[in-house]
Design a protein around this ligand. Structure first.
Ligand SMILES: Cc1cc2nc3c(=O)[nH]c(=O)nc-3n(C[C@H](O)[C@H](O)[C@H](O)COP(=O)(O)O)c2cc1C
Length: 185
């Protein structure tokens, strides 16, 4: 079993997949990884729609710009997970936002999504987070109720390529000591 750091650093966005199906037990593990993600006051606002129907995948592909690098992944992956969340739950108390950040749904879904990516990677599966698409059209295709929004689409399958890691900032560019501006050496 790889260490957490090996899975974190070894994970890559995958945009081409083999036709091999995702085993049901592995999918259950990925759902469990969502279930155990942290969330605001344990509110767990997430809702995951698992898309395996090729026609729905094609419709979802249509809500991406053809220039989106993940366009082909939408129909090429055996599954697409639509990561959705209930509005006004995370960061809310008695219907009122508790902080200036309002709805913390995006934050909680980000944590849940990272768990999806890492759980998938630990099983040798590839994923790519897709955030640039017409969210309103996607909600219609997914038949979402009014109080639920789709945030990202995550194609999931076995990788058909092994891209190298894109560059990352050095620690000295973003880690500050005690106060902002005193950068890590
Ligand atoms: C919120 C979010 C939205 C993203 N949207 C897209 C997208 O619409 N299309 C795409 O090809 N990749 C998308 N990505 C993937 C990023 O481009 C990718 O994570 C980044 O380039 C780093 O590469 P890596 O994941 O291999 O480390 C998105 C990633 C995140 C976190």
């Amino acid at each position: 079993m790889d260490t957490v750091m090996e899975v974190i650093t070894g994970r890559r966005s995958i945009r081409r997949y083999t036709s091999e199906d995702v085993p049901p037990q592995v999918l259950e593990d990925i759902f469990a990884a969502v279930r155990w993600a942290p969330s605001w006051a344990n509110t767990q606002c997430w809702e995951i729609v698992v898309v395996s129907d090729q026609q729905i995948k094609e419709q979802l592909q249509g809500v991406l710009s053809p220039k989106n690098p993940a366009c082909l992944a939408m129909i090429n992956a055996p599954l697409v997970l639509a990561v959705c969340g209930k509005n006004k739950v995370s960061g809310f108390y008695k219907g009122e936002a508790v902080t200036r950040h309002g709805d913390w749904k995006l934050y909680d879904l980000g944590l849940a999504t990272q768990n999806i990516l890492l759980a998938a990677a630990s099983h040798g599966l590839g994923t790519v987070v897709v955030g640039a698409f017409d969210h309103e059209k996607a909600a219609g295709i997914l038949a979402l109720p009014e109080d639920v929004e789709v945030v990202t689409l995550v194609p999931l399958g076995y990788p058909d390529h092994a891209p190298g890691p894109p560059g990352r900032k050095a620690l000295a560019e973003f880690v500050h000591r005690n106060q902002y501006g005193s950068l890590h050496e």
